[in-house]
Design a protein around this ligand. Sequence first.
Ligand code: ZN
Length: 462
Amino acid sequence: MNYHEDRMLYENIVFIGYFYKAYHISILRSISILVKFTNGIELFILCTNKKMFTKGSFMYANNVKIFKQWLIISTLFFGSIMMAGCDNSERDYLSLHNNSLVVDLHSDTPLRMKDGFDFSVRDTSGHMDIPRLKEGGINLQVFACFVSTDTPLEECRPIVDELIDSLEVHINHNSDQIAICRNASEAEAIINENKIAAFIGIENGVAINNSLDNLQHFYDRGVRYLTLTHSSSNDWCISSGDTLPAFNGLTDFGRDVVRKMNELGMIVDISHSSVSAFDEVLKITTAPVIASHSCVHSICPHNRNLTDEQIKAIAANGGMIGINFFDGYLSPDNEWFKIGDSLGNVYHELIDSAHEMYPNDYNKRNEMLKPVWDIMKIETEKLGINIKTIVDHIDYIVKLVGADYVGFGSDFDGVGSLPEGLDDCSMLPNITKELVMRGYSDKDIRKILGENFIRIFREVCK
Ligand SMILES: [Zn+2]
């Protein structure tokens, strides 16, 4: 080859050589470069993604021999990348999941803790313990201390105190692996020590027994969110399940609760609230609110889920929604509950009496309802509710308002029926896998996994 030919080749193959970073590999996108050489050789190269390309350094061949060597090496190199692309999704989603901050906004595990189980041992019952939290890559877990609206008012505070006591006992017994956080900085310090940050929430405003002093008491104990109401209304906040509301949304005291929470630096949780209560809260609050465990009403028209207007209002407020993993709230067109209804009165009566008999005892209630859940499981499996259904709800919110306002609010240990592929908290990475498969960017996945909540935690709880 003479100088002229060599020179032409040189001019046409200013080309790429860049560092391979395993992290980006799963995003094997079809950005392709066709290099047409003057000698008629065509080389078609797939790059892993734009980011890698722009990060790359240029390489050129200054003579044919070097070029040929480079051609062989790069073909092997890119070939191996393309081959690796086949199983990359699996490797990469785990890497992404495990290197991200993962938050779950709602579990009812304190109800199980109170009845005594070893939180440090991998259990076969329930949905959560320390080994399974670690397997699920969860860095911050909200433990909701639940009290039923059916509880006599004077018993509410002691019941919640007992749940917090028992949560503290379990956490203190495992202090090398988990610790309580009261603000975002504490959470980050705990997570940096490779421990799980435990966030205390209370589910149902009935807990404060109509007293702002009790709200202060729970704040002083480390509680950082309060779900204003539950399946039936309390004295000051109307529930989404209330068909005959005694007042409109919030009472004056209810409004004072929201103001006091803003003042203290406690997150207002509007899951379970009626639309009227939701509207009142959004009018008053000076801080972002959350719906800790709710889904999308447009997909599953259940009163526990949020309408498009509510989702937009939460986004405008800078808050977020934790997607609930309960089949009943995920099921398109409310089919899960329709199956329940088709089982007739026996089904509803059994559920009602279990809640009446054991309003605050998860284990006994679950034992009593096991035959119901077993029948429901057989029937509802036909609906095919799975990880994709969860991501459909996430997708809907992202398309409506963006990726900054959604996360997870599992309701683990509080529900009897979970989607296929999500038997317990250890299987949370399956959701990340589906997000990766749907082409979500790493940045958006990280927001959904946990950054959105940390933003709110930092803003509200000083
Ligand atoms: Zn709930």
